[in-house]
Structure formats: C-alpha cells, structure tokens
Design a binder for this molecule. Structure first.
Ligand SMILES: [Zn+2]
Ligand SMILES: [Zn+2]
Length: 377
C-alpha cells in the first residue's frame, strides 16, 4: 500500500511502501481514504525537517484532515457500515488523565497524547487506515462535499465554544435574550476581530457571521487578494494591517471608538497578537489558536497589562485541537454555511491534486492558494 510521509534522517516528503492495515480489535474500522486536506502544520513539519516520529519507527505518514469510506467493520462496531462516508479525529489520549479517558483528549492534562500525522502516529495520507469506532465521525450526505474541512472547522468550533462558555458569565451582555450565549444568534450586538485570513481565520469568520457577530478580519495581504475577498464575501470587513502597529490598526476608520468584544487569533503572528491585548475592551474575550513558529522577545509594560486585565474583567484563553463533540457540531452547521455562503467551499478549496502529484501538493503553493486537498481515490 502506498503512503506519503517522511523518513527519519532524510529530508523531504516521499513515498512509503506500507503494509495494508487490517482490523485487529473488535471495535476497529477499516477505511479507504478519499480526500486529505493539507494545512500549515503539514508544511511546518516539512519545513522543520525533524518529523516527530515515534521511537522504534523509521517513518511517519503525514496528513490529519480527511474523509474516507468505510470498507470493513469489526464485530463490536455498531454505528458504521461499509460504504459510510466518515472523517476521523486527530488526537489519541494519554490513557492516564480523566479528560483522555472521557474521549476529550483535546484537554489532555499530561501532554502524553499522540496525534495522527503530527505527533508520533501515522497520519491519513495512505490508501487505507484503521482506527477505533470512537474516533470516527459519520458524515451526513448533505455535508459530504465539505467534510474534508471538518477537522479545521472543528478547531474553530472549539475556540468559539470557549468564547461562548466564557461569555455565559454575562447573560445580560445586551438587552436581547436572543443574543444570550446559549442561542444560535449569540454573536448579535458583538464585534469580533479575526486576526489572520488563512483557512482557520476565514472559517472562524464564517461561524462568527452565522452567529450574527459583526466581524473585522485583519491580515498583511492587499485588499484584492482572494483571502481578503473571501472575507468580504463572508460579510466581514477586511483591513490590510501590513506594516501597522496594533495602535494604528485600532485607529482604522472601521474600528476606531468601537468595542472589541471578541478577538480570535488565527495567525500565529505573536508580536501583533500580544500588542492587541492592550486594546481589548472591558469584559472582552481573546481566544488564541495560532501557534507562533519562531521566538520573539519583546519589551512590555507587564503592570499595565495585568492592571487592565483585572480592572476590565478580561479573559485570554488558548484553544488547541478538538474532540469528536466538535466534529459532530461541525456536521450540524456545514449545511448552514452552504446555504448562507454557497461559494465558500469552492473559494476555500483552491488547489486539488491527485495522489501521484503529492510533491506538487506540498511544494507548489501559489501566492493565491488558500487550501490544498489531495484526492486519494
Ligand atoms: Zn491525557
Ligand atoms: Zn443584543
């Protein structure tokens, strides 16, 4: 069986000759992989050149965003049958902490988890995979054409759930009961800034718009870039912040004098991300999902930041990974995204490759690419 990944000690992405996996435990499912999406984590692993391969292994298959078709089920599997379209979660719990034992390994407390295609476990860029039923999520037919985005959407959904959980401390945030945290229109009367117009930022924009929030998207791209235009299509306002300080961003006509109820950081640009903390409004929530790749030393007025956070009841929260509950939520709102933003999928999935074109898929990223998918079948 063909797989695509990295070999220890050898730079670059390569073909791997793998033995075809088979069902060994009664709760396992054999899946034929259909599509694999690539993201910044994949490009980052390749660029770093030091894949996180498990000890005792010589290679690791990449890929952690996928759809596939169930081929065969173990005798104890009850929720799937051959032919079902599915997607699979990424993280496998440590087996020690309580969140992991509850299949909530995105909140692992030991750090001893593994992740398919990222951290010590083979990913999904192979013809077949096997996994346990509890890590597999069924894709309803109305979600089939967007399900390859389920993993990144689940990351965004988790971040947004964090916002809603924190916002629940203020049920009287505005005078409209329909804008309470439990309502689908919870974003009403709120202004959100999304930092970064990459796939995660644009997906966050779509979900925040569906929830009724006013959204401002910032990135360092010109206004006519497809990412900036997609932000506009999602009914958000876009600001090119190239070369601007946080203070200059906040002085832009669109934001000046407004409250910033929510900041959703999806760029990993640590300098601006930290600077913007100084501009959080009273009782506002800042969720960080971008992971900076390089060190950055800055000089800050620590007393001013702490003073402000206390006096203004502010919350800064980090959010990483997702669990099957978030994947299941995604299947609930994909139809809503398709109805409200019918061009979203095609404008997001800009680059498609066949499996034999994998080298190009990983390396030929054009400046106007947004998201790359490899078709495996
Ligand atoms: Zn754990
Ligand atoms: Zn309201």
């Amino acid at each position: 069986m063909l797989g695509i990944g990295l070999i220890r000690g050898i730079s670059g992405i390569t073909e791997l000759e793998l033995s075809q996996p088979c069902i060994k435990e009664t709760n396992e499912v054999l899946i034929r992989v259909k599509e694999v999406g690539l993201d910044g984590t994949d490009y980052g692993i390749l660029k770093k050149g030091e894949p996180d391969i498990a000890s005792g292994q010589d290679s690791m298959v990449l890929g952690h965003e996928m759809t596939g078709v169930v081929q065969e089920i173990g005798p104890a599997v009850t929720t799937f049958k051959p032919g079902d379209l599915v997607t699979v979660t990424v993280r496998r719990g440590c087996g020690i902490c309580h969140p992991c034992l509850e299949n909530q390994s995105d909140m692992c407390m030991t750090g001893l988890y593994t992740e398919r295609g990222i951290h010590k476990l083979d990913g999904f860029l192979s013809e077949f995979i096997v996994d346990k039923e509890k890590y597999i999520v069924k894709v309803p037919s109305q979600c089939a054409d967007m399900a390859v985005l389920a993993e990144p959407l689940s990351i965004v959904e988790k971040g947004i759930q964090q916002i809603r959980l924190i916002q629940s401390r203020m049920p009287w945030n505005c005078s409209h009961p329909e804008h309470s945290f439990a309502s689908p229109q919870w974003g009403g009367c709120k202004i959100a800034m999304v930092i970064g117009a990459g796939p995660l930022g644009l997906m966050a924009t779509a979900l925040l718009r569906l929830a009724g929030a006013t959204v401002i998207v910032t990135d360092i791209l010109p206004e006519d870039h497809p990412k900036a235009k997609l932000a506009g299509y999602l009914e958000a306002q876009y600001i090119n912040v190239n070369g601007k300080t946080a203070g200059q961003i906040m002085d832009h006509d669109i934001i000046r004098g407004e409250r910033l109820d929510i900041i959703f950081e999806a760029s990993g640009a640590s300098g601006v991300a930290l600077d913007l903390v100084n501009y959080m409004s009273r009782s506002s929530i800042y969720v960080m999902t971008g992971i900076p790749q390089e060190e950055l030393l800055v000089c800050v007025d620590a007393a001013a930041i702490l003073r402000q956070m206390v006096r203004f009841n502010q919350v800064i929260v980090g959010s990483v990974n997702s669990n099957r509950n978030h994947f299941e939520s995604v299947m609930q709102f994909i139809p809503a995204i398709k109805e409200r933003f019918p061009e979203f999928r095609d404008r997001m999935l800009t680059d498609r490759y066949r499996l034999n074109e994998y080298q190009n898929a990983f390396t030929k990223k054009s400046p106007i690419s947004i998201k790359t998918v490899i078709d495996m079948i």
